[in-house]
Ligand binder design. Sequence first.
Ligand code: NAP
Ligand code: FE
Length: 367
Amino acid sequence: MTIFYIPTKIIIGRNCIRENADLLPALGTRALIVTGKRSAKTNGAEHDVRQALEERSIPAVIYDHVESNPSTTVAREAAELAREQHADLVIGIGGGSPLDAAKVAAVLATNRIDDETLFSNVFEQKPLPIVAVPTTAGTGSEVTQYAMMTNDKVRSKSFVISDDIIPRIAFLDASYTEHLPLPVTRNTALDALSHAMEGYLSKRATEMSSFIALESIRRLGRCLPMLRSGADLDFTAREQLLTASLLAGIVIAQTGTTALHAMGYSLTYFKKIEHGRANGLLMSVYLQYLLPEHQEEVMTVLGTLRLSGIADLRGLINDLLGNKERITEEEISAFSAIAMKARNIPFTLKSPSQADIEGMFRSSLLH
Ligand code: NAP
Ligand code: FE
């Protein structure tokens, strides 16, 4: 049996918000906009959203304090603002961090619940409807049922997972990503690549998810040489990256992620390494781990990326990431124990033991 579910209306193209503003009144009458601190103001996305709302006489308030890898504290502040202002629509603009904070704010605006209840994904009231405007090309959060929150209680990331937080509309205008700094472009592209690759190499993969995963990987394969050289990316290349990230999001919405993401969370939580970079640091050894039993699948991923083998991928990633962070043996044991508890570990094509996870950390990052 195959289930494929993607309820988001996806609108792609330059000026797509302004040209489709008519869709907004059906979703709400007062909006809460959720963004990070700066980029939404400088890349034009916040301006376009405000203008679209204004033209449709929808008043808006803004919560613009979302930092990277947000915790629920931030989402609670945004939800409080939504309640004060009687907002009935949440519009997230930004990378995965503001989009995920917007999703959780939409839940908390209608449900006064503690973190434990939140992470158990049981809400009595429907969350407010969500619109997503991605401004990085990486997380695919604009089409997923996930919101990742930093959770100090488990010293990692916890997910909120609910079909009710899948955005109703995703507006993808690549012009917002045109001035993304090179390191953010590289890191987020590696996040998208890890989504597509993990989805393809997942026990939950289906024919349809794999078909989409390979198309995402193919698009990324075309862009990676440009990212490697540091060349300026034009609008077409930016749109390729944004749609590759979208497709990879559609994939993980069906399959979830796997051990690679589970390992990456500790690098982000304890070492403050950006999410996509964390996945990138571990990507080659992860494929090496899967290779003996799953040679055909791994080689399909590499071939679709236009790479000849794992050594080729390692070279590419070394160029993309520069000097690697290092971790100690003590950190390896601690991080591996945490990774083993992650909910995405069982989806890995070849189930890893703690020793396997330790081995992957060691091969990539030991001092
Ligand atoms: P991010 O944390 O949202 O943003 C990283 C940086 O990029 C911020 O400094 C941000 O600045 C800046 N930025 C964003 N858009 C920009 C633009 N257009 N131009 C210039 N700078 C820009 O990074 P991310 O990698 O997109 O998201 C990571 C988060 O997503 C993590 O919490 C991760 O766990 C989560 N995630 C979620 C899913 C999901 O399905 N929900 C999947 C994968 C990852 P400002 O702060 O000023 O905006
Ligand atoms: Fe991710």
